[in-house]
Design a protein around this ligand. Structure first.
Ligand code: HEM
Length: 151
């Protein structure tokens, strides 16, 4: 079998999802873009801020890392945004993660607000000036943010 023939066979291949048959192309098409990833980034950014404020550094570390992973996923599924997302992570997110690693809330607060301003500038750059993320006034109600004592 030639490589071309193999490729044709793979393209025609259908797999059962548990609900319907899907081709490899279908599976690729339904991977999340920024429209699905960004609302989760926003929710985790909210949790991140109030976790840091409560000095729950393990939770803040976790949320910042999850956001990094989501940004990497977005850069992969939407290569047209890869450069901007990578630049944001290197220039704006790394300082936030460094402040968390240093358990320094003052540095966190400065770098966090700078990162939010930068994120909103990227929204404008990406022709979405109407998307302006803002930090909610109250902590997220679905997580106990208090630091856990080591048992
Ligand atoms: C921590 C940083 C960021 C936060 C908190 C954030 C937050 C959000 C939120 C909440 C939305 C969805 C609004 C909605 O539909 O309800 C959104 C959309 C979007 N964001 Fe971000 N964002 C961040 C960084 C970035 C960066 C660095 C870029 C650069 C590419 C970016 C590009 C976009 C785009 C293109 C959309 C529109 C997606 C679509 O619906 O097609 N964001 N953002």
């Amino acid at each position: 079998m030639t490589d071309e023939e193999l490729l044709e066979k793979l393209k025609a291949l259908e797999v059962w999802s548990g609900h319907r048959e899907m081709s490899l192309e279908d599976v690729a098409t339904i991977q999340p873009g920024l429209g699905r990833i960004m609302p989760e980034v926003g929710a985790r950014t909210w949790k991140l801020y109030y976790a840091a404020k409560a000095e729950n550094w393990p939770l803040a570390t976790f949320q910042a890392k999850e956001i990094k992973g989501l940004m990497e996923l977005g850069a992969f599924t939407r290569p047209k945004h890869e450069e901007a997302l990578n630049q944001f992570m290197a220039e704006n997110w790394k300082p936030v993660q460094d402040a968390i690693a240093a358990k320094d809330f003052a540095a966190f607060e400065t770098t966090f607000h700078k990162a939010v301003d930068a994120a909103n500038a990227y929204h404008e750059l990406k022709d979405k000036p109407y998307i302006v993320w803002k930090l909610p006034d109250a902590p997220p109600p679905d997580l106990d943010l208090r630091p856990r004592k080591k048992s």
